[in-house]
Design a protein around this ligand. Structure first.
Ligand code: CO
Length: 133
């Protein structure tokens, strides 16, 4: 079911500062940058082989990522797993007892199709299923 780790997402306060740090410290370059209005986040995808580090920052105070930063501070936010069929993967996870955040697949950034699974019931890790276009 899993074909790749699509991305590891890290919540940050200052996107430009984080991008600069990843470039300087790790030589990582931005492959894609996008504001996802629906989720109230801006992301920068940094290439790591066939995967990404996804730096995310809130674009408004009621964004879930803003609440995360308030509560937990900067750091690891979620793991995105690449799957061939998001709907099938979501169905399979729900049958296994996972707690959904998204009960049906929806559009993500980069024209992907995504669904989030709640950390509760997933050993404390927010999981995102990612189907490429
Ligand atoms: Co993500």
């Amino acid at each position: 079911m899993l074909t790749e780790i699509d991305h590891v997402a890290i919540a940050v306060h200052d996107l430009d500062a984080a991008i600069d740090w990843y470039r300087t410290a790790l030589g990582a370059e931005v492959a894609h940058r996008e504001v996802i209005s629906r989720d109230g986040v801006e992301e920068a995808m940094l290439s790591v082989a066939e995967s990404y580090v996804q730096l995310i920052t809130p674009t408004r105070p009621d964004s879930p990522v803003a609440k995360f930063l308030e509560k937990r501070g900067e750091g690891l936010h979620h793991v995105g797993y690449r799957v061939p069929d998001c709907a099938a993967a979501l169905e399979s996870m729900l049958q296994a007892g996972a707690t959904p955040i998204d009960t049906a697949p929806r559009p993500g950034s980069r024209h992907t199709t995504i669904a989030f699974i709640h950390p509760k019931g997933s050993f404390g890790t927010l999981i995102e299923l990612v189907e490429e276009p």
